[in-house]
Design a protein around this ligand. Structure first.
Ligand SMILES: Nc1nc2c(c(=O)[nH]1)N[C@H]1C(S)=C(S)[C@@H](COP(=O)(O)O)O[C@H]1N2
Ligand SMILES: [Mo]
Length: 295
C-alpha cells in the first residue's frame, strides 16, 4: 500500500466539519440522535460518523483496482446473489451458509472507527453478526488456534486478480481468541442499508482494533486451523505487514509514521490511539505478549 495524498480533493473544509459537528452535538443533546458508542477513549470531537458518501467512494479493494475512486464503479460487476459462506477445518460441524441463513441470526449494530494502515480513518455504523455466534454454530474442536478468512476468487470480474499485485484470493487471519472477541463483527450492512459492493458485500469482517487490511471483504470461506499461516499482505510484503496488525502509534510503518491519522472528510490529523481506541476492551487479549513486538 502507498501513503495517501491525504484526500486533498475530497476533504471537507474544517469549518464545514465543525459546524456539522456542532449541529450533530445539538441533536444528541436534544435526544434526537444516539451518541456514538463503541469507541471508548475517543474525545467527543472525533466521535462523529463519517459521511456515507466518502466511505462508499474511497475504497481499498485490490481485487478491483488500486485506484480508490475506481473501486465503486468496478465492484458493481460482482454478482453477490446466491452467496455461500463455507466454514470448515477444525470444527465439529462444517457448514455452508446462505445469506438468508446469516440474516436469520441475531443482527446487531455497532459504530466503529476503521483505521487504515495508510494513515486515514473513518467512523462507520455497521450492522451484522458477531463472528463468535457464527463460530459457535460450527463448534470449533480447538480452544487455541487460528481462523483463516478467504475472499471470493472471481478473476472474470475482479480484474485485479488477473495481476500479481497480491497473492489471490485475499487471505486474512485472526487468532481464535481475537475471532471470539465480542467486538469482532461480520458485517452485512452499513448506514442502515445493505453493504455496498465496494465495501465488501455481501459479508465482510470488521476488527476495529486492527489496521483496516485485516477487515477482509467479500468473505466466502472461514477455516479453523491450529497452525499460523501467512496472510496475503504478509506474503507480498513481509517487512511491512504482520499477522497481528494491531493499531499502534508507537510502531512506525517502515515507510511512514503511524502516530497520526486523517479522518476522511477532514484536513486536520488526529492522534492515532493504541488499539485504535479500544485498549480497554482488547488489551487483555495480549496481556502475556509484548505488544510493541506483536505485529
Ligand atoms: N478482499 C479485500 N478486503 C479488503 C481489502 C482488499 O483489498 N481486498 N482492503 C482492506 C483495506 S487495506 C482496508 S483499509 C479496508 C477498507 O474498507 P472500506 O473500503 O470499507 O473502507 O478493507 C480491507 N479489506
Ligand atoms: Mo487499509
Amino acid at each position: 500500500m502507498s501513503e495517501p495524498d491525504y484526500l486533498s480533493r475530497e476533504a471537507t473544509p474544517y469549518h464545514v466539519f465543525k459546524n456539522k459537528r456542532n449541529f450533530l452535538k445539538k441533536l444528541i443533546a436534544l435526544g434526537l440522535l444516539p451518541s456514538v458508542n463503541g469507541f471508548a477513549s475517543e474525545s467527543s470531537s472525533d466521535s462523529y460518523i463519517t459521511d456515507k458518501q466518502l466511505v462508499t467512494s474511497y475504497n481499498n479493494y485490490y481485487e478491483f483496482s488500486t485506484n480508490k475512486k475506481m473501486v465503486k464503479h468496478l465492484a458493481q460487476e460482482l454478482d453477490t446473489s446466491n452467496w455461500s459462506l463455507h466454514i470448515d477445518g477444525l470444527v465439529d460441524k462444517p457448514m455452508q451458509l446462505s445469506m438468508s441463513d446469516i440474516f436469520d441470526m441475531k443482527l446487531i449494530k455497532r459504530t466503529y472507527k476503521l483505521r487504515c494502515v495508510e494513515g486515514w480513518s473513518a467512523v462507520i455504523p455497521w450492522q451484522g453478526i458477531l463472528l463468535r455466534d457464527l463460530l459457535a454454530l460450527a463448534r470449533p474442536t480447538i480452544k487455541h488456534g487460528f481462523v483463516k478468512f478467504s475472499s471470493i476468487y472471481a478473476p472474470s470480474v475482479m480484474l485485479g486478480q488477473r495481476t500479481n499485485i497480491l497473492p489471490w484470493p485475499y487471505i486474512e487471519g485472526l487468532r481464535l481468541d481475537e475471532a471470539m472477541h465480542p467486538l469482532t463483527l461480520l458485517a452485512t450492512g452499513m448506514y442502515d442499508a445493505p453493504l455496498p459492493k465496494q465495501n465488501g458485500a455481501p459479508i465482510r469482517l470488521v476488527v476495529p482494533w486492527k489496521y483496516g487490511y485485516k477487515s477482509i471483504k467479500a468473505v466466502s470461506k472461514i477455516t479453523l486451523t491450529d497452525t499460523r499461516f501467512e496472510s496475503s499482505w504478509m506474503q507480498s510484503s513481509p517487512s511491512e505487514y504482520g499477522f497481528y496488525a494491531n493499531v499502534n502509534p508507537n510502531i512506525p510503518h517502515p515507510r511512514w509514521s503511524q502516530r497520526r491519522e486523517v479522518p476522511l472528510g477532514q484536513t486536520k490529523k488526529i492522534k492515532t490511539q493504541l488499539f485504535n481506541g479500544y485498549a480497554e476492551q482488547v488489551a487483555n487479549l495480549y496481556a502475556s505478549d509484548n505488544i510493541n513486538r506483536l505485529y
